[in-house]
Design a protein around this ligand. Structure first.
Ligand code: HEC
Ligand code: HEC
Ligand code: HEC
Ligand code: HEC
Ligand code: HEC
Length: 195
């Protein structure tokens, strides 16, 4: 083998290795969990519920506009519909069994920012940001996965662009300053997100 051939082969091996590492996520920005899609205890589809059947996000995540957390619906909420809809489906029987035993369904958390970061749903939802801005086209997802990286950079870059946005009397962001009631408090001060 000529020296030239050996060089070419070693370059190819390096490139292949780099691609493998990149695909495994090792080269990703630290803390970037986007795409994370854990296996869930029940085969629940957002596409079927929020997409095909147009059930409002807030029907199930009813705390999203009121509190820090959006919340995951209880088995009881599921059975509001499923005592009538497909009650004999094996997946629904699992929900009914959990309710019967009074045990919560062990959903695996998808989106998770570290404990040293302050995040509050209602503040963002009331400011007029749609769920999709941060969670992507959820109504098309058979299985939900993390859409945004929720790295510090992703939070800060939106805060930077929303700093000057003005809230109108209806509570929605306005372009016209005359109609302004109050300024949004998207801030890039460290203490806003870390305290
Ligand atoms: C808009 C919200 C926001 C602001 C403002 C912000 N941070 Fe962060 N910060 C985050 C988030 C989210 C993370 C976690 C990112 C992750 O998990 O990768 C983080 C993580 C960190 C970490 C830990 C990094 C690590 O290794 O886990 C440090 C240190 C930090 N921020 C310092 C700062 C400082 C200093 C400022 C001010 C200049 C600041 N932050 C402003 C949201 C913010
Ligand atoms: C507002 C009514 C409603 C609520 C609440 C609801 N569902 Fe559904 N669900 C539906 C409808 C409608 C379908 C589609 C049924 C069909 O395909 O005919 C469905 C289908 C399903 C299916 C597919 C069943 C199969 O075998 O095809 C599963 C699994 C399911 N839902 C789980 C859940 C879980 C878990 C919850 C609670 C977190 C829940 N649903 C809450 C209305 C609801
Ligand atoms: C019928 C009830 C129902 C409706 C309607 C619904 N969800 Fe969900 N959602 C769930 C359940 C159950 C889970 C937990 C299981 C999972 O992750 O798939 C969940 C999980 C999520 C998660 C991930 C939670 C985590 O662990 O980080 C997000 C984000 C989410 N939903 C957003 C939405 C949005 C946005 C809409 C409207 C487009 C919506 N959901 C409509 C029931 C619902
Ligand atoms: C500004 C971005 C943003 C918007 C807008 C947003 N979310 Fe989230 N969501 C997040 C972050 C960040 C987390 C992870 C929070 C944590 O780990 O504490 C999260 C977590 C969740 C979870 C998991 C349970 C929880 O509360 O931690 C659900 C469910 C959810 N979001 C649903 C929604 C729904 C429904 C809407 C719209 C009504 C919405 N989100 C709007 C950023 C957002
Ligand atoms: C798509 C834009 C957007 C993204 C992404 C976003 N924010 Fe915000 N954030 C806003 C806006 C707009 C406000 C102002 C709300 C108000 O003034 O009522 C805000 C306000 C806040 C506040 C101050 C209000 C409060 O709850 O005390 C905190 C803290 C905060 N965001 C944390 C975060 C963190 C942490 C992330 C990333 C995980 C994040 N935000 C991602 C737009 C965003």
């Amino acid at each position: 083998m000529s020296l030239r051939t050996i060089k070419i082969i070693s370059i190819l091996v390096t490139i292949t290795g780099a691609i493998a590492i990149w695909q495994n996520g090792t080269f990703r920005q630290y803390g970037d969990q986007s795409g994370y899609q854990p296996i869930q205890p029940i085969n629940f589809s957002h596409k079927v519920h929020a997409g095909d059947n147009k059930i409002n996000c807030l029907y199930c995540h009813s705390a999203a506009d009121k509190s820090r957390v959006a919340g995951i619906p209880t088995a009881e909420t599921c059975m509001n519909c499923h005592t009538k809809i497909k009650p004999d489906s094996p997946e629904i029987l699992k929900v009914a069994a959990a309710l019967e035993k009074n045990e919560p369904i062990q959903w695996v958390k998808v989106n998770d920012v570290p404990d040293h970061v302050v995040f509050n749903h209602s503040r963002h939802v009331v400011a007029g940001l749609s769920c999709n801005t941060c969670h992507g086209p959820v109504e098309t997802m058979e299985k939900i996965s993390q859409f945004s990286s929720f790295s510090m950079g992703s939070c800060v870059s939106c805060h930077r662009t929303h700093r000057e946005v003005i809230l109108g009397a209806d509570g929605r962001p306005q372009i016209s300053a005359e109609k302004s009631e109050k300024k949004l408090m998207a801030s890039t001060d460290c203490s806003v997100c870390h305290h």
